[in-house]
Design a protein around this ligand. Structure first.
Ligand code: SUG
Length: 447
């Protein structure tokens, strides 16, 4: 069996809520304070995983993190029993309270950067968990993400799971959301595109004016060194400042690729022509099939509202490709028309588009592609993955029943001070580790 790309989706946790924690992420701020629907959110995420699995593509699951993170609040000086810690934090710092409850680890594209074994000097799959230092609620994910990845990809003869990069702006890293792998097929070597927004300590030419960029050039270069990638198989490119100012806080909101296909908006990158040249050279003799959206096709605002570039482009078992796009793309007429033109064009391998509802995640700025970490695996590597992380029909049923039984239907901002709700969520996670058979992964289990 050839190497395949396996998607590991972040299971949406029971504390999913809208706290407005991410400036620069338009939906996160627009929906701040709205009531969230955690049960619906998790069922939407599971339905997406099931859909991909039913297409004949193996599907993995990453468990949510321990939230609310009471240990984090205690480490910041909030004392007393759980009820008191939550009450005091609610009084003194609603922002820290929201960070402690955020289910943001669902966006697995930010969990790590993954290099396929076809590109690394030692022939292992290398992963660097993202430090996510741009936002506090995300930065606190890194230690548990590292532990979870080491539990799932435990076989060191196949996998190297590095430590996250140091938490300093020189190394600001948001993971695979700013990384695209191109290759003739998933089984072959190709080229890795790393995209950054700023290059500290140097001033960024044409820096964004409205929003901060999240990924540093230094992070990209350090990962290239640590994964020991062949430099001829690496392209490092800068995001376009206008894209960042339009709400493109990660590159996967404005471009995506699969095998030798590259879909991008003309304002995704600062130097599109230069990047295309480098990708073509690295892939030669395989042609790069580049599919641009120009401003005549649709604006940056339409790209951000529709999240069309946050679609999953999937290689199906018959070798054709399909696009799994968010329903918001279907509802944005110019974007839907662009997608229809792509599927009608025989010059590319994309045979069809299907739309999927992940609305609860979308309202926090996370589309279908944000919810998954792409891991190219040979058959032997896939066999070495800890089995509990793979979505079998039985595990899918068990997870659905667990969500129905354990998840709150709704969370409003005031609920974050409720210690009974906190207990309900943590007890649910305890049960989850038994369904996933990953051993003890949460702090409260390890204590
Ligand atoms: O980091 N939203 C996430 C969305 C991440 C999307 N991921 C990718 N594009 N790959 C973020 O901005 C919002 C949380 C809140 O506001 O409650 C949030 O963290």
């Amino acid at each position: 069996m050839p190497t395949r790309e396996v998607n590991f989706d972040g299971l949406i946790g029971p504390t999913h809520n809208y706290a407005g924690l991410s400036p620069g992420n338009v939906p996160s701020l627009a929906n701040a304070g709205a009531a969230s629907r955690p049960r619906d959110a998790a069922l939407q995420g599971l339905a997406k995983m099931r859909k991909v699995r039913d297409l004949g593509i193996p599907q993995g699951v990453l468990p949510p993190q321990q939230r609310p993170n009471l240990a984090m609040l205690r480490s910041l000086g909030f004392t007393g029993d759980d009820a008191q810690v939550l009450e005091r934090t609610a009084e003194l710092s609603p922002t820290l309270l929201a960070a402690a409850w955020s289910a943001s680890s669902m966006w697995a594209a930010n969990a790590a950067t993954v290099s396929s074994s076809t590109h690394t000097a030692d022939g292992r799959v290398h992963m660097t968990p993202a430090n996510l230092m741009s936002h506090y609620h995300r930065m606190i994910e890194a230690p548990t993400t590292t532990r979870i990845l080491r539990a799932i990809f435990a076989d060191e003869s196949h996998f190297a799971i590095h430590d996250a990069l140091p938490c300093h702006t020189l190394f600001a890293d948001e993971g695979a959301a700013n990384h695209v792998r191109f290759a003739p097929t998933h089984a072959e070597a190709g080229v890795e595109l790393f995209v950054f927004g700023f290059d500290p300590p140097r001033p960024t030419p044409m820096a964004p004016k409205k929003y901060k960029s999240r990924q540093s050039r230094g992070a990209c270069e350090t990962i290239v060194r640590k994964h020991d990638l062949d430099r001829a198989r690496v392209v490092i490119a800068r995001q376009h400042h206008e894209a960042i100012d339009a709400g493109v806080f990660h590159n996967d909101v404005i471009s995506t690729g699969n095998e030798n296909v590259f879909l991008y908006h003309e304002l995704a990158l600062a130097d599109t022509a230069g990047v295309l040249d480098q990708l073509r050279q690295a892939l030669d003799p395989t042609p790069l099939i580049d599919i641009p959206a120009t401003l005549r096709d649709f604006s940056l605002e339409d790209a951000v509202a529709s999240y069309v570039f946050n679609s999953q482009v999937l290689t199906l078992p018959d070798g054709t490709m399909m696009i799994l796009a968010p329903t918001e793309s279907e509802n944005t007429p110019r974007v839907a028309a662009w997608l229809a033109r792509i599927t009608a064009d025989d010059a590319n391998p994309i045979a069809r588009v299907e739309y999927i509802d992940v609305r609860e995640s979308m309202r926090n700025g996370g589309g279908p592609a944000c919810l998954r970490l792409r891991v190219p695996l040979t058959e032997a590597q896939l066999t070495a993955v800890t089995p509990g992380a793979m979505l079998t029909p039985e595990r899918d049923d068990a997870l659905q029943a667990w969500v129905e039984r354990r998840y709150p239907e709704e969370i409003r901002p005031d609920d974050l001070a409720d210690h009974r709700l906190a207990r309900q969520c943590l007890d649910g996670l305890d049960e989850l580790t038994r369904i996933l058979e990953l051993g003890d992964i949460y702090d409260f289990q390890l204590a």
